[in-house]
Unconditional design. Structure first.
Length: 318
């Protein structure tokens, strides 16, 4: 069944991006950096306690139409097992993702992503690696409000995560049950994004909530709330190119995981990150990168510690 969903998802993505422009509403491609920052949500949603989760922020609500590729890396320190106190185990979560945003009408757009994950944790018994297709995502994005002077804009989104990634029951017995390619469940998300933009400056406030359901193995990752505040400033611009910088903070809160309806201890948590990045664009191409470092981390009741996140993307405006 997953194979047929993957094939259908790929066909839809290719056919939409290759369809004739006359059949879609196509707003003018904007080169401003802050209007083309991409989201980190839906990356590695196989996470009940943040470890492994590319959090939301959902900045892609305000992008023009695009298709692109993004690399996202995360580093965590975890206990070797439940009987030790020291965080000695390094865990690395890596994702390469194809994504795109296609306008359907003047106010409605469709966002889609398909990730490939390759994760690794270094244990005393040796390195453990998993790799493969992750969970695909699909979201409808609607413009709720735009002021006449275009300084203010509010967007909302409703989406679904399709369980294409493999869920391994053996993975939930460790300190980090999120060391998976997918949740194995159909999960649903609601998102809001507000943007204030004037002259060389823009401010974005984003929040989203993900409802995670029980999978076929009777395991349910905890629901997740994300929030972010990011400021953008245009540093340089000419007729074809723009360079902008961004600075902000991003927080994540995770509910308890459950198995057979029973709460799993030491699975809830929260984290707060500071982030710094840039984006450069040339005509319809854009290149961006972002570094995130934790200001506060309390994941899995202290059994896991966030260390860093890094991302880089290349997009093409359709």
């Amino acid at each position: 069944m997953k194979k047929y969903i993957l094939i259908l998802f790929t066909i839809i993505t290719i056919s939409v991006s290759a369809s004739e422009k006359d059949s879609l509403y196509l707003p003018r491609y904007e080169a401003q950096t802050y209007a083309s920052i991409k989201s980190q949500r839906f990356f590695c949603d196989a996470c009940g306690c943040a470890a492994g989760n590319g959090s939301s922020g959902f900045e892609s609500l305000l992008n023009p139409q695009f298709i692109g590729i993004k690399y996202f890396a995360q580093h965590y320190k975890a206990k070797e097992n439940l009987f030790t106190n020291d965080l000695t185990q390094n865990q690395y979560f890596n994702t390469v993702q194809i994504w795109g945003k296609i306008p359907v009408t003047k106010k409605l757009s469709i966002y889609a992503s398909l990730p490939f994950n390759f994760h690794e944790k270094k244990t005393l018994q040796g390195d453990i690696k998993v790799s493969g297709i992750g969970d695909a995502s699909l979201m409808g994005i609607y413009e709720l409000m735009r002021s006449k002077n275009t300084f203010h804009q509010l967007n909302g989104g409703i989406g679904v995560k399709i369980p294409l990634g493999k869920f391994d029951e053996r993975g939930i017995t460790g300190v980090n049950p999120s060391f998976q390619l997918g949740t194995g469940s159909w999960d649903y998300q609601m998102a809001l994004s507000y943007k204030y933009q004037k002259s060389l400056f823009a401010l974005m406030v984003n929040t989203d909530y993900t409802l995670k359901t029980e999978n076929k193995k009777h395991y349910q990752f905890g629901n997740q709330w994300n929030y972010a505040v990011t400021g953008f400033h245009r540093i340089w611009k000419n007729e074809n190119s723009t360079i902008s910088g961004k600075l902000g903070m991003q927080g994540e809160v995770y509910d308890w995981n459950k198995q057979f309806g029973e709460i799993m201890p030491r699975t809830a948590g929260s984290a707060l990150y500071g982030k710094l990045g840039f984006e450069a664009s040339y005509k319809k191409f854009s290149l961006g990168s972002e570094l995130m470092l934790p200001a506060y981390t309390n994941l899995a009741s202290g059994d896991i510690e966030a260390r860093s996140r890094f991302s880089v993307f290349v997009n093409f405006g359709l």
